[in-house]
Ligand binder design. Sequence first.
Ligand SMILES: Nc1ncnc2c1ncn2[C@@H]1O[C@H](COP(=O)(O)OP(=O)(O)OP(=O)(O)O)[C@@H](O)[C@H]1O
Ligand SMILES: [Mg+2]
Length: 395
Amino acid sequence: MMRNKIGVPVCGDDFFDRKDKTAQIRHLLNQGNNVLLLAPRRVGKTSLMRRLQELENEHGLKSIFVDVSDCADERAFVKELYKELGKIDKSGGIFNVLQKNPAVNALKSLKKVEGYGFAIEFNGNEAEDWQKAAELLYDCLDKLSGKHLFMVDEVPVFTLRLSKLDAGAQRVADFLHWFRKLRQNRENIQWIAAGSIGLDTVTARLKLGGAINDFAIVKLGAFSDEVAGEFIVKLAESHKIHLKPDTVKHIVAKIGWPMPYYLQLVFSELFNLFNESGKAPDVAAVDKSYENLLSPSNKGYFDHWIQRLTDELGKPDDLYALELLDIAAKDPKGVLCSNFDMALDGKINDADKRNEKTQYLLDILENDGYLVNTEGRFAFRSPLLRDFWLRRRAK
Ligand SMILES: Nc1ncnc2c1ncn2[C@@H]1O[C@H](COP(=O)(O)OP(=O)(O)OP(=O)(O)O)[C@@H](O)[C@H]1O
Ligand SMILES: [Mg+2]
């Protein structure tokens, strides 16, 4: 039975396919690599990591999962790692390391917790807190016995946030070098870091490529049309709906870029229509579902594409990015790179700086799944998102 889950990461029976990616990542891990999983927003990174966690647990590998998207600074990042380590330190090896180390005074409290390892609380706000606690992590990880998989979700968002703080570039450099050292020379711990805005874009901009070059990069995309069709059929069967092959094909064609999330959304609308009419959905029902999805009451499903720009780029870059996207939305085949220059005309006076900013933002928008660059033309990657954009945004 597969449920029609919208928004929250899926696992177990609700997780469909991705067999090639799980095999690729498991192979890379078996070969002793760390993996950087990059994909546009909402493609299914977190679900895939959760799935890998299920598979690895079945094979006896212990794993921890942390989402660092809400971490305000390095200290919060380190704290998340400690929190998860506390849960798996059943033998107390890490607790002992922490207890004996004088640097632990930098922490507010450290206590053993019945049932699992330890709980840790950090002190005030001092910047040095994180450095002490971060240094200490090297010793802690050395004490971890058995093989472990550490998964860190949303690393690029965190890094980008760090880069915007005071002395941001230096802080990103220090953080990434510390994080790299944490991954080095520990055969028993492997890492998967994931995120959407390319960490490679961020590090290239700050000339820090070396700090992540131990990662094997895996990119995740939409489903193939074939897998998308099978997914829809499976969802429909689980809901006791029979869909004809031409209806399934039409759903996949209409979405254009069949991310599982969009397939789930269209299916949910289709299911509503089925409930109202009692009739097996046909091609016309698919068109109606698509329209319903774009109605104002459903804008929450797409608004995050706008909101994320502000969260990740900050001002004024978010507004510049919106301008670029408004231009790109005008033509389904996309717009030539040179046409974007006018978007920032009057906003950034220096032509070189304007050009540089345009390139930087187009790069991010491409990495993040908003746009696709085909022979110099930037077009919306998702026809569904473009339709949303035209109705909500374009002037
Ligand atoms: N393999 C899958 N099978 C079924 N549905 C999936 C699958 N992967 C993703 N989805 C659908 O896509 C939605 C988003 O998935 P997920 O949260 O894993 O993506 P993400 O890339 O981590 O998103 P974000 O960038 O917002 O963190 C899920 O709620 C689910 O509806
Ligand atoms: Mg996610």
